[in-house]
Design a protein around this ligand. Structure first.
Ligand code: SAM
Ligand code: SF4
Length: 335
């Protein structure tokens, strides 16, 4: 099998699938208050089309891990069927999902039964007022209940994704870590990236990995003996704590901006309207939906996907003077 190899020898085995560009929150670093012009229904892949592309990725291109995201993936009607179809593939890929947690309480067990292995829930603050300011919705309790439901359903280790913003929630790193340690979740801080729909990202307001680690100094973090591999998060052990599975507790930082990990990237992305992106920051996409709907064979689609990945750039180039933010925001690419 010829997999998804680029000019620099990186092999993509991790597929991120955006199931919708819609969302029920309006996180300030992601979307404007009024939302965005959502994809017209006919442009969105059907459940069968998504399933077919995942199958081609797994059977013909060496995809080993599929992460469902969005927008908010729990808003996708056919979610359980899409997960179940992916779980039936051979070789069976690992299946993950990134969600804001709203409604997770109701669906966590069904997701597990459909074959989902793990979950990441985004949570930037434990303060209801701040949550409302940050997401423009009053839903903190739903998210916290969703997290607990995911852990009870065994979608473990449950990971919590946090974006810190200067002057808004940057002082909450220690509180969030204490909370995660109490419940046995694994917390990962993500540096804010220039992927907001409003194009308001500013390097000076971004809270950096160094600042996050300085705030966590009282925990006495220790280097993680387990190799990072291709994972985007750099992780540390939190002495004196274990996670829900009895493993040493860990905390992670995804420092996409100040400590880029592009050289080890193993990701390929499929948008809800059937475009392949070889990078979050790519400015070009490859249209697999058009091929699908024109009656292309699995082999033809797989080859178009390989070609799309071959052109992946060495790095995201955020530091280059010529850097251009992609036209699509994170919510439409799939975070
Ligand atoms: N709606 C789901 C959620 O919030 O988890 C899935 C999609 S969201 C785009 C995926 C992740 O991207 C979330 O953890 C979110 O915090 C993060 N994110 C969104 N915009 C970001 C940005 N500009 N920089 C860094 N992370 C961002
Ligand atoms: Fe929605 Fe996730 Fe974007 Fe927040 S980060 S607005 S939850 S897509």
């Amino acid at each position: 099998m010829t997999g998804l190899v680029d000019r620099f020898g990186r092999i993509a085995t991790d597929l991120r699938v955006s199931l919708t560009d819609k969302c029920n929150l309006r996180c300030t670093y992601c979307m404007p208050a009024e939302g965005l012009a959502w994809l017209p229904r006919e442009e969105q892949l059907t459940d069968d089309e998504v399933g077919r592309l995942i199958r081609i990725g797994v059977e013909r291109l060496g995809i080993q891990e599929v992460r469902f995201t969005g927008g908010e993936p729990l808003l996708r009607r056919g979610l359980l069927e899409i997960v179940a179809a992916a779980a039936r593939l051979e070789p069976r890929p690992r299946l993950m999902l990134t969600t804001n947690g709203i409604g997770l309480e109701r669906i966590a067990e069904e997701l597990r039964d459909a074959g989902l292995d793990r979950i990441n829930v985004s949570l930037d603050t434990l303060d209801p007022e701040r949550f409302r300011a940050l997401t423009r919705r009053d839903r903190l309790d739903d998210v916290l209940r969703g997290l607990e439901a995911a852990a009870s359903a065994g979608l473990t280790p449950v990971k919590v994704n946090t974006v810190l913003m200067r002057g808004i929630n940057e002082d909450e790193a220690p509180e969030l870590l204490k909370y995660a340690l109490t419940y046995g979740y694994q917390l990962r801080f993500i540096e804010q990236m220039p992927l907001d729909a409003q194009h308001q990202w500013d390097r000076h307001t971004m809270v950096t990995a160094d600042e996050i680690l300085a705030a966590l100094e009282p925990f006495g973090l220790e280097a993680d003996p387990v190799s990072r591999g291709t994972a985007p998060a750099e992780t540390w052990l939190v002495p004196g704590h274990v996670d829900a599975a009895g493993e040493p507790a860990r905390v992670g930082v995804i420092a996409s901006v100040t400590r880029p990990f592009c050289g080890d990237c193993d990701r390929t992305r499929l948008t809800a309207d059937g475009q392949i992106r070889n990078c979050l920051f790519a400015t070009e996409e490859s249209d697999l939906r058009k091929l699908l709907r024109a009656g292309a064979s699995d082999a033809e689609i797989a080859e178009a996907w390989r070609v799309a990945m071959r052109g992946k750039r060495a790095g995201h180039g955020i530091d280059d003077p010529s850097f251009l933010q992609p036209a699509r925001p994170m919510s439409a690419i799939g975070g």
